[in-house]
Ligand binder design. Structure first.
Ligand code: MRU
Length: 367
């Protein structure tokens, strides 16, 4: 592996000259740093499905670049033909994973550009799509930094933080969401003790969070998922920080499978449990967690992956939901780029969106 810190790599980027989506292949980390240059829509779909690029915000950015690349290739004589082909390309990428709302959020935003510019020549629309995809990534960096700033107000130097899955730089364009306060704290000369749940079955905590935190000089400890209770009981955890894939209007926060259990444990031990995510992950059209579509993944991820030979007996079934949700009653705060929402979330999330609308009206989307 190269000596370059993983923190200096781009999780997701657009190579304009080559016309490629460039991603850091997260299925190979931490053993190998492999950069993929993807030009084919099938390969981009597959990269999202296989979690070569993963994490709600990173998936959104990858899809925005992906659909721009698809738009560049559309051969259409009329706006209507272009629109139809664009819509198909968008729906195709949108079918790669169902739970993280950032995917459809970014794709809808891209489609809005096509809808809003009906009168323009097609090459001009394609150029606007390029600009929008770049803007989506720039905004992601800004949002994560703001989440980091707000998140930092919740902890102090030396605190112990427990996190689940990877909601770090590898899951976004920079900083991360749940790990943004930690990375930002490092920039300010602070340090924290971070406990990373390994996060069965795909081990995003053990492979990715611990990797990026350690590379950033953070005191990092990997624990098996079933050790979280003991670590909390030991008094080592001051706060739990997790990311999210889709937050419902009532504050129920869907995130990597296991998040719900961690939230219940935190409540039991009296430890504040915070969800950190951009407003692009909040889906006000969904009333409650039960209404969120949970991705089911192949059984082999549980029974075979990571083992030299199949670990579970042939014939037994495996249940493999990729996500669950933390009930809003267990959440001490939802940290967004527009501030920290506190219970009751039915009110405070609306307030966050009011602030966002105000900022956008003043043209202050990001700096
Ligand atoms: O299946 P994954 O690895 O894409 O799941 C990722 C998570 O659950 C993250 O916690 C979430 O997307 C937040 S990323 C900032």
């Amino acid at each position: 592996m190269s000596d370059k810190s993983i923190m200096t790599y781009e999780t997701v980027a657009l190579d304009e000259a080559e016309g490629a989506l460039v991603i850091l292949d997260q299925t190979k980390l931490p053993g190998e740093v492999k950069i993929l240059h993807l030009t084919d829509q099938k390969d981009i779909w597959q990269a999202i499905y296989l979690l070569q690029v993963r994490g709600a915000p990173a998936i959104g950015v990858a899809a925005a670049f992906g659909v721009y690349l698809a738009a560049k290739e559309i051969k259409a004589d009329t706006y209507e033909e272009f629109c139809e082909a664009f819509h198909q390309a968008k729906e195709y990428l949108n079918s790669s994973r169902p739970t993280a709302v950032n995917l459809s959020w970014a794709l809808n935003r891209m489609e809005q550009v096509v809808i809003d510019n009906k009168e323009k020549p097609i090459p001009e629309i394609v150029e606007l799509l390029r600009q929008e995809s770049i803007e989506i990534k720039a905004e992601d960096v800004w949002m994560c930094r703001m989440i980091g700033e707000y998140g930092l107000t919740l902890i102090k130097d030396g605190d112990g933080i427990l996190t689940h899955c990877n909601a770090g730089q590898l899951a976004t364009s920079k900083y991360g969401t749940a790990l943004a306060p930690i990375h930002l704290g490092r920039e300010k000369g602070m340090n924290f003790r971070v406990f990373c749940d390994e996060t069965r079955p795909l081990l995003q905590g053990a492979r990715l969070s611990s990797f990026e935190l350690y590379a950033d000089g953070v005191d990092t400890t990997v624990i098996c998922d079933n050790m979280a209770s003991q670590v909390m009981k030991n008094g080592w955890v001051n706060a739990v920080f997790v990311g999210c894939d889709r937050v419902a209007a009532n504050g129920d926060a869907c995130n990597k499978i296991g998040t719900s259990g961690v939230a219940i444990l935190a409540k039991y031990y009296g430890i504040p449990f915070y969800v950190l995510g951009p407003t692009s992950t909040i889906d006000m059209s969904i009333e409650k967690g039960e209404d969120i579509v949970i991705e089911q993944r192949p059984q082999e991820e549980v029974t075979e992956m990571w083992y030299k030979q199949r670990m579970a007996p042939q014939g037994v079934k495996a249940y493999n939901p990729a996500f669950d949700f933390a009930d809003h009653e267990l959440i001490a705060g939802i940290v967004t780029e527009y501030g920290i929402a506190r219970p009751p979330y039915t009110e405070s999330l609306k307030e966050i969106f009011r602030k966002k609308a105000e900022a956008q009206a003043e043209g202050k989307r990001h700096s």
